[in-house]
Design a protein around this ligand. Structure first.
Ligand code: CUA
Length: 170
């Protein structure tokens, strides 16, 4: 029996169209599930802008991101805050050392142009903008040396803009 002779009225849906509708709905459910698992069970998060600042003020002597104030602070046992400044073409401080199992919240800003703070083999990958403090938290469980690169093109020295996170045995 063909569709136009069916006794029950209704919208005719071609079998292939029906199949693709089902596939689309299943994909939406799978994607929503993946986002939920990533966000709530794997700790994957979007980096957030923490606050707006005057880049000239925060990086000048005495400022929150001056040479004297950047670095690692232990705020509670096993909990750290790292203040990092990006500039052409270095991360200051370039090296941060923490014991394994530490929870580190990074606060990062730029003195000049847009940079990108990426710690290889971790979820930390954050855009660093002049005028904004970017914030991201990470628990560093595995001892080892993690390279830090800049992943936003920032000029001729972009490729040498590197750093290192050293996670020591607890
Ligand atoms: Cu800094 Cu590329």
């Amino acid at each position: 029996m063909s569709a136009n002779t069916e006794a029950t009225p209704g919208i005719h849906i071609d079998p292939y169209e029906r199949l693709w509708m089902i596939v689309s709905i299943v994909m939406l459910v799978v994607f929503a599930g993946a986002v939920t698992v990533a966000g709530f069970f794997m700790g994957i998060q979007l980096p957030s802008p923490e606050s707006q600042v005057d880049p000239a003020v925060v990086t000048a002597p005495g400022g929150q991101f001056s040479d004297d104030n950047v670095g690692l602070y232990e705020i509670a046992p096993g909990e750290y805050e790292a203040y990092v400044r990006g500039q052409v073409w270095a991360w200051v401080p370039a090296e941060i050392t923490v014991p394994a199992g530490s929870r580190v919240t990074f606060y990062i800003t730029s003195r000049d142009v847009v940079h990108g703070y990426k710690i290889i083999d971790t979820n930390v990958n954050i855009m660093v903008l002049p005028g904004q403090i970017s914030k991201i938290s990470m628990t560093l469980d595995e001892p080892g040396e993690y390279q830090v690169i800049c992943n936003e093109y920032c000029g001729t020295g972009h490729a040498i803009m590197a750093g290192k996170i050293i996670v020591t045995e607890p």
